[in-house]
Ligand binder design. Structure first.
Ligand code: GLV
Ligand code: MN
Ligand code: MN
Length: 410
């Protein structure tokens, strides 16, 4: 029996899912007003679980509870609180709130953990505002680079200036050395169809695919849409469109490769004007770094060929580059042990989506628990995980924490 169960978790997810920057749909982006409100709500739940709460200078909400032993190591649990545009309520918040409910349950059972516990709600993982993901975990681990701080959002505000407006404190220093940590464990919805196909509520991640993101600018010549003959045009949009199709073809014929042009801005943007400039994003991922790099080389050549043939200029700005990240064998084996105890069978999965664990792996061994997504759907308001699957995930987390506690007591 659980006193704090999937119903408690479900109502917390629903309440947090109601905090948005855009009326009528769920959108929370880095350092936005809704993110500040979300941080206050999550902070209050962390406090209820007996954690001391702070918000760091990049907007991460951090709850910390010290163990009785002053030499105890720390286990970090968490995920992100920002969302894509018109998001579902599970991607990110589940990994912050499920550990909170697990602690409520352990507290009410009077279980004392012999290690420190930290729960983090990262302020940015989706890369919506600056087309570069992981700003929250990069800030937390002290890895925000000058190039990232100089990136600008659609309104022309640089990351550096957005941070200065948010906090007058310096960028965070890493809170821990690797030797002080037991690890980082992230619970996340699968965002894919494998667990559903296998009829399993949860699975364990073996590795997270590498990903690169770019902003491409195509420059042609704007002109009159009625008077300029087709042969004399330098249409930046059709060049970009040809490139997007070429990227799609390359990904279709390369097993495991995914390539996406997800955001396009056409200028000047009028029905009767030939597009003079196009700015678009490109997101490329593969579980093997060598395949991803070879694809990027190929895409660079394709872009140059298309631009040459059409009399256009194309320039690339790399906004993100993360190699494939393996999960830690030691921590993953322990998570699998708990999955087997609760579910009977454990399944190993590779994550095509990026996660805060990618950046956290620079600081600590990482492990990830995936929870079934209905129809494998995510980054969509219909994203859904059934209460019975939330329950399994909660029981796995409680079992994992109890077994880890038993190891550290003995
Ligand atoms: C994060 O959700 C990603 O784009 O993988
Ligand atoms: Mn996520
Ligand atoms: Mn996401």
């Amino acid at each position: 029996m659980l006193t704090h169960d999937e119903k408690v978790l479900g109502s917390m997810l629903a309440e947090l899912g109601g905090i948005t920057d855009e009326p009528g749909r769920l959108t929370r982006t880095f350092l936005s007003p809704a993110m500040e409100r979300a941080a206050i709500l999550v902070g209050s739940w962390l406090q209820d679980a007996g954690l001391d709460v702070q918000v760091d200078s990049v907007g991460n909400v951090i709850g910390f509870r010290k163990a009785a032993n002053p030499k105890a190591k720390t286990l970090i649990l968490g995920s992100h609180l920002d969302t894509v545009r018109d998001a579902g309520r599970f991607d990110g918040p589940l990994g912050v709130l499920l550990p909170v409910v697990a602690l409520y349950e352990l507290n009410s059972r009077g279980v004392e953990l012999p290690f420190n516990v930290e729960i983090v709600g990262f302020s940015e993982e989706e890369g919506v505002r600056f087309a570069s993901a992981y700003l929250g975990s990069e800030g937390y681990t002290g890895r925000l680079k000058a190039g990232t701080l100089a990136l600008r959002d659609a309104a022309g505000v640089a990351v550096r200036d957005a941070l200065a407006a948010f906090s007058d404190k310096p960028l965070p220093k890493p809170r821990y050395r690797r030797s002080e940590l037991l690890g980082y464990v992230e619970v996340h919805i699968e965002q894919g169809p494998v667990l559903e196909k296998e009829k399993l509520a949860v699975g364990v991640v073996s590795a997270i695919a590498g990903q690169s993101r770019f902003k491409l600018t195509w420059t042609g010549k704007a002109g009159h849409a009625g008077t300029t003959p087709m042969a004399l045009r330098r249409d930046a949009f059709t060049g970009a469109a040809e490139f997007a199709l070429a990227a799609e073809q390359l990904a279709r014929r390369t097993p495991g490769l995914v390539a996406t042009v997800g955001s396009v801005t056409v200028a000047p943007g009028a029905a009767n004007v030939i597009p003079g400039q196009v700015l678009h994003t490109l997101d490329v991922r593969h579980a093997k770094d060598a395949v991803r790099r070879a694809a990027l080389f190929q895409l660079g050549r394709l872009g140059a060929q298309i631009a040459r043939r059409r009399g256009l200029k194309v320039s690339w700005q790399r906004t993100q580059d993360n190699g494939a990240t393996p999960c830690s064998p030691g921590l993953t084996t322990r998570l699998e042990r708990s999955v087997k105890a609760v579910q009977g069978r454990s399944l190993s999965l590779v994550s095509g989506a990026g996660h805060d664990g990618v950046v956290m792996s620079s600081l600590a061994p990482i492990a990830m628990l995936f929870v079934r997504s209905r129809h494998g759907l995510s980054h969509h308001p219909d994203e859904y995980t059934a209460p019975k699957d939330l329950r399994v995930a909660l029981e796995v987390m409680i079992d994992f924490l109890q077994k880890l506690a038993a190891e550290h007591r003995s």
